[in-house]
Design a protein around this ligand. Structure first.
Ligand SMILES: Cc1ncc(COP(=O)(O)O)c(C=O)c1O
Length: 357
């Protein structure tokens, strides 16, 4: 399928941020976007790159009523050789398609979607920031566009990709964040859609997030839906805890997102000869370890935040300090190593990065 490219006219081009060392996250978008359409019986058609624009969708579009909406998040990095690099990009599209199966949506044609993404990044490459820790965030999105009221899978979909230059996700940057364990609200249950990046999961998280902000927390630490006892993940990251010499993260039982950073971190830590367990970890075990000094580190992993150290955990109105509120040794090493791979500053022994330009 040929991808049609309609470049922006000179007068449509946007102002780029003046100082990319001061970039925030999620408010700035580049000049172009990729789109393609789907109809049952016809498949995907009309892949195209156009100037970034508003979407016109029918008010009866099924995404707006029944929530058939999925997204992804990945980044393009500028290397020291001025090359443009992607990190495990195919995994994001495969996760999107897994989500599409769960939500009874059309699976995207990964070949065309990835080709469109790469073309789009190359067209808008001047937007890739160069300051340390900055990158070009990529947001592939799949929505049901068929105009129909009545609950059933839609027959028409739109897939699009937008891009934006980003800096740190949290204003804390690399400073440890405080997270609140949530024992009332639930984000996702086993058998539901917690292992997909469907918009509804994030909507379900917002009230608890507001409650957490009021208590001075940056993120909610979700507990399992059945017993509110075992840690799952936080808002946009998978969680790791280091208790004595064991690094522990929740298993992929279906209620948490199978993070690509999580998977990379597990592989790296294993290669360093450190024990990693994907197992159920209760708040009781964490608190007991925090109390007697065995909880050495806690950190979150995700594309947006990379590695985010946790300095305090609030649970049932008690605050527990982790690693003296500092960034731990394993978190620091991971941060350094994973960023060095993503930004092509060192050799990638895993075959995770791809140079696209
Ligand atoms: C709920 C949730 N968990 C975990 C992650 C981390 O996943 P990844 O490492 O693939 O970015 C994200 C971000 O995508 C997320 O939204």
């Amino acid at each position: 399928m040929e991808i049609m490219v309609t470049p922006s006219r000179e007068d449509q081009l946007k102002e780029k941020p003046e100082d990319d060392s001061r970039l925030g996250f999620g408010d700035i978008f580049t000049d172009h976007m990729f789109l393609m359409d789907y109809q049952t019986g016809r498949g995907w058609f009309n892949p195209r790159i156009e100037p970034y624009h508003h979407l016109a969708i029918d008010p009866a579009a099924m995404a707006l009523h029944y929530g058939q909406e999925l997204f992804e998040g990945l980044k393009a990095y500028r290397g020291p050789d001025n090359g443009i690099y992607l990190f495990r990009a195919r995994d994001n599209f495969e996760r999107l398609n897994k989500g599409a199966r769960r939500l009874a949506m059309a699976e995207v044609d990964i070949g065309v979607a990835m080709e469109g993404m790469k073309k789009l990044i190359l067209l808008d490459q001047e937007w890739i920031p160069r300051s340390p820790g900055t990158s070009l965030y990529i947001r592939p999105t799949l929505i049901a566009t068929e105009a129909h009221l009545g609950v059933r899978p839609a027959h028409e979909y739109l897939f699009f990709i937008i891009l934006g230059p980003v800096g740190a996700y949290y204003k804390e940057g690399l400073n440890p964040v405080k997270i609140c364990a949530e024992d009332q609200y639930v984000r996702a249950a086993v058998g539901g859609t917690g292992n997909t990046k469907s918009a509804g999961n994030y909507a379900a998280s917002l009230l608890a997030a507001e409650k957490a902000y009021k208590k001075g927390c940056t993120q909610v630490l979700w507990l399992d839906a059945r017993e509110r006892k075992y840690v799952e993940e936080v808002g946009t990251m998978n969680m790791f805890f280091v208790i004595e010499d064991e690094v522990i993260t929740a298993p992929l039982t279906g209620s948490i997102l199978p993070g690509i950073t999580r998977d990379s971190v597990i592989r790296m830590i294993k290669d360093w000869g450190i024990k990693v367990s994907e197992r159920a970890l209760s708040m009781d075990e964490i608190i007991a370890a925090a109390k007697d000094g065995r909880l050495r580190e806690a950190f979150g992993t995700g594309t947006a935040t990379v590695i985010s150290p946790v300095g305090q955990i609030l649970y049932k109105d008690e605050e527990y300090v982790v690693a003296g509120g500092e960034m731990g040794e394993i978190s620091q090493r991971l941060y350094r190593e994973i960023m060095a791979i993503q930004y092509a500053r060192k050799e990638d022994p895993y075959g995770w990065i791809e140079r696209i330009g």
